[in-house]
Write a protein that binds this ligand. Structure first.
Ligand SMILES: [Zn+2]
Ligand SMILES: [Zn+2]
Length: 69
């Protein structure tokens, strides 16, 4: 698979590392942003289970769009 951002800029030979969770485009390490998010799991009664870090891949436009100002 080819990175979309590299493809539109004519940059050949890059290896994609993931798929943007928001727009679904394929991204390379240069154009993708891998972030760690904490998934909060609440279990009805009793003590809550531990928060587990999860990974999420976003392309740079989606990453900047989600970034709070
Ligand atoms: Zn790229
Ligand atoms: Zn995206």
């Amino acid at each position: 698979m080819k990175c979309y951002d590299c493809d539109v800029t004519g940059n050949e030979g890059t290896v994609a590392i993931g798929v943007c969770r928001r727009c679904g485009l394929v991204v390379c390490p240069d154009h993708g942003r891998v972030t760690q998010v904490l998934v909060h799991r609440t279990s009805g009664v009793g003590k809550a289970s531990s928060d587990r870090p999860a990974r999420r891949v976003l392309c740079s436009p989606c990453h900047s769009a989600e970034r709070p100002h």
